[in-house]
Ligand binder design. Sequence first.
Ligand code: GLV
Ligand code: MN
Ligand code: MN
Ligand code: MN
Length: 400
Amino acid sequence: MPDDFEQMWRDLAPVGRSASSGGYNRSPWDSAEVELRDWFVEACAVRGLTVETDGVGNQVAWWEGADPQAPGVLTGSHLDSVLEGGAYDGPLGVLSALAALDVLRARGVEPARPIGIGVFVEEEGSRFGRACLGSRLATGATTWDAARELRDRDGVFLPDAIDSAGLDPARGLMDLGRVGTFVELHVEQGRDLVDRGVAVGLASEIWPHGRWRFDFAGQANHAGTTRMEDRRDPMLTYAMTVLAANKQARLATQRATFGRIAVEPNGTNAVPSLVTAWLDARASSDDALATLVGEIERQAADRAGRDGTTLAVTAESVSGSVAFDADLAARLAGVGDWPVIATQAGHDAGILSGAGIPTAMVFVRNPTGVSHSPEEHAETADCLAGVEALADVLAELTAD
Ligand code: GLV
Ligand code: MN
Ligand code: MN
Ligand code: MN
């Protein structure tokens, strides 16, 4: 007998949760994430479904439907989190997929084609710095040869992390050949649905976004004896770059964030020799994003020239704009009266869409409007409305 939605939610609540902060640390291929992956296998088993786990940890379970050969409808999301993240980003889509399947069965629906429930690994890129790594590998957007060189903050190579989780990339990657359509349900990560006063919406597009590594290099020196005018201080260049990025993004109504930094030698009484900082930038079009990042780079380089420091910029994990499938959107417009909103957050749905798979997203209202933080939230009634909406969508897409 499948657990109901609220019971599943209670079961997952303690996994990877910090008792002191309340934040979640479900880092891919670490113990909490492995526990979640095992939980998913069990949750599918009680529904009579068998999970296929691919060589890097992507998972899918298929309810075959009347014609197992027909292109299937995949739904699901991810179970990893950002550092100190919230409970909903990712897991809500996986739990809702399981609960929607329960709803369809309770309604006596017999799908004409397969319905898959999927979990993609390392969606957040919190460990290896590449957002949506699992779906990028499965679609071929990132090759294994490129990915295998990635290292986490502790210097662990990706293949070793995967191996430590009992997985073997040689076993191959999730077969997306069966996927005719993908539908990802996700907690909303902003305030659009709150402002509109509705519990559920659909996504129209994902803004282009990406991560760029800025290496500011200078000269380590004594914090006391080195005159201010004699310094080559990369922290100064970095600080001015943060201000420039913030101003530039505000002026253009786009987004720019420096949320991660590493300093060498990282001592209180030394001018640093190196500051490495990661820019997360997002914009409403590919051109606007290129202009935004180009302008931040230009101002950073200009400042480096004045500070006697140097700057090297490396693009990591850049995702172009995604417009979700118009025919699918038109079809779903007939299923429910849902507003259609853009999102600035990246999702596996964007990667599958980029691979040519017709894709849609269902958003559930987040009353705090806060995400990537323990304050992220969704009311149970809204989550259940999301489950019903997803069930309606799946019923429509598998009716013939
Ligand atoms: C992932 O959630 C991202 O948009 O950064
Ligand atoms: Mn997510
Ligand atoms: Mn996220
Ligand atoms: Mn995301």
